[in-house]
Structure formats: structure tokens, C-alpha cells
Design a protein. Structure first.
Length: 312
């Protein structure tokens, strides 16, 4: 089947629907999307793009967002801003039952929902939600790893509660990214329950096999396939010597050497010394439990699930 994209504000074109995705993982950020992307890609009937997070629906027909990306020195996020460029990502998956991509930004930038419906009306959508408190801390830790964030976590939280951190990029507004109820609304309004499934990160972490089996069933592929679940993806830690490149490189060489020669206890010892987690004060957690209390209660009604463990 050929998809007519002539009503889009770009050069008219006819795209083979087999060169467009029929699966989107829309988020949430820091809720296991990297791991899920890789697990699905191992399935012989599923093709997931080698390039994770193409963010097509964020920049397609959106020059304003493209300018923001350029101003923030993130112009690389504008690489897939036309349907032709986006379709090219799926060429090698043309013969697969499922062709998918993962862009967590689609959930938090809610205007993406209507654009997805316009181009891919029959697409299947997966959202994975994580306790918003743990999600915020994990996201903060990642930004500290990349030396994007300078403030302590409790300072960043207090600043966002008071000001919304509106002068920061969205990626540094940790609390707003956990407002799932509002983010899900346009998707639930536009896509049927047969098209969209909402999962919990807790289930992915606690019982990956059952979690993936249900997803494979939802996607209509062999549900008995089991990917390699041993590897951990995107574990958020901070480099202890991020400001001392020579020391960090030395530790990296040692860690890789011990891994190569399969001396696991020494590899682990070096890793534990090279990386650490920032402090998450108990009073900050209590503050966030209060902050998200009503949000979680609303989400419980939407999902018809007990999320009381998120309020502790």
C-alpha cells in the first residue's frame, strides 16, 4: 500500500507503508525504553531502528522546534525532519512483521500524538511508565553523568517546584516529565485500546519474560521468543573522575582489560570505584511523594491499577 503524504507541508511524495513504522515506543524517558528497544530488536520478526530516538514527529513540520534544537546545540536532533529521511530508517525492516522506533519525547511533547495519528493511523503504541520520583532521579543522574546538570538533586527539585525551571531545556525539568496523566490524554483520545498498551517499568524489572511475552502477543509475533535478558541497558551512574580525563581513561582501560580476561570481580571493583550514584536525601523523597500524590491518584484511575507503592 502507498501512503499519500501530499497534505503535509513538505514536498509531495508517495511512501510505501512498508517503509514506515507500525510500532512506536513513546516513553517515558528513563523508564526502560532503551532496554525494551534492544530486546524487541532481537526478535526475528521485529525490526527496530539502529538509530534510537529519531524524534521525527517532534521536528516534522515544526520549524520552531528545529530552531530550538539549533539554539541548544542539538541540531543533530533535526536529522530526520522529512518523511523521506524517516522512511529510510526502516528500509532493512521492510519484510518484518513489526517495524518500530523509540522516541520518549513523543509522550512529553503531547502535540506529537495528532501528528502520529495523521501519518500512521493504524500504528501500535507502547508506553512504559516508571515511578515519577525514581524517574526524576534517574534522569538527573544521567544529566550529571554527561555534565549537563551542575546542581545537587535536592536543589534542582526545589528550583523546579518554585519556578518550573522554565528557563531550562525540557530535558532538565525533571518533575514535569513525570506528569503522565496529562501526557497520556491525547493518545488515549486518539488511539484505541487495541492500538495502545501502557506498561509499568516495575513489571519490566521484576518479570521481564512475562512482560515481553505480553508485548509480543500484543504485536502479533511469536510470544515464546526470549531475548538475552542478562545485559543491563542505560544504568544511570556518574563518573567519579569526570573532570580528570586521564584518571577516568586509566580506570576505563583497567575495567575493559579485566572484562576481556573475564576477571569479573576485579572488573566489578573498578566499576564500583569509577562510578557512583549522587545523594538522594530522604527529605527530598518525602517532598516528591507529596508533590506527586494527586498525579499518581489520577493515573490509578486512568490505568485502573493500584500504584500505592509509588506513594512510599
Amino acid at each position: 500500500m502507498i501512503v499519500d503524504t501530499s497534505d503535509a507541508k513538505e514536498t509531495s511524495c508517495m511512501i510505501d507503508e512498508n517503509l514506515l513504522p507500525n510500532l512506536l515506543i513513546i516513553g517515558a524517558a528513563k523508564a526502560g525504553t532503551t532496554a525494551l528497544h534492544k530486546y524487541l530488536n532481537e526478535h526475528p520478526q521485529i525490526f527496530m531502528t539502529p538509530k534510537k530516538e529519531p524524534r521525527f514527529f517532534l521536528v516534522w513540520d515544526n520549524p520552531g522546534q528545529m530552531r530550538i534544537n539549533e539554539e541548544e546545540n542539538h541540531s543533530v536532533f533535526n536529522n530526520y525532519n522529512t518523511i523521506e529521511k524517516y522512511a529510510a530508517l526502516f528500509i532493512n525492516g521492510k519484510d518484518c512483521i513489526i517495524r518500530g522506533e523509540s522516541s520518549p519525547q513523543y509522550l512529553s511533547y503531547t502535540h506529537c500524538a495528532a501528528k502520529i495519528k495523521k501519518l500512521l493511523p493504524d500504528v501500535k503504541i507502547i508506553a512504559v511508565l516508571r515511578n515519577p520520583i525514581d524517574r526524576a532521579f534517574s534522569h538527573y543522574t544521567m544529566n550529571r553523568y554527561w555534565q549537563i546538570e551542575k546542581a545537587a538533586f535536592d536543589e534542582a527539585v526545589e528550583e523546579e517546584i518554585k519556578t518550573g525551571r522554565l528557563n531550562y531545556p525540557q530535558d532538565m525539568r525533571y518533575l514535569c516529565l513525570g506528569n503522565y496523566a496529562e501526557q497520556l490524554k491525547p493518545y488515549l483520545n486518539l488511539f484505541s485500546s487495541k492500538q495502545m498498551k501502557i506498561y509499568l517499568y516495575d513489571d519490566l524489572k521484576n518479570d521481564s519474560k512475562s512482560f515481553l511475552k505480553d508485548i509480543f502477543r500484543f504485536l502479533g509475533v511469536d510470544e515464546n521468543f526470549i531475548p538475552n535478558l542478562q545485559n543491563k541497558h542505560n544504568v544511570s551512574l556518574i563518573r567519579r573522575y569526570s573532570n580528570e580525563s586521564k584518571m577516568d581513561k586509566l580506570l576505563n582501560v583497567a575495567q575493559r582489560g579485566f572484562r576481556k580476561f573475564k576477571i569479573s570481580f576485579l572488573e566489578k571493583a573498578v566499576k564500583n570505584y569509577r562510578f557512583y550514584k549522587p545523594e538522594f536525601k530522604s527529605e527530598t523523597r518525602e517532598k516528591l511523594i507529596s508533590y506527586y500524590k494527586d498525579e499518581i491518584s489520577t493515573l490509578e484511575k486512568i490505568l485502573d491499577k493500584d500504584l500505592s507503592h509509588w506513594k512510599k
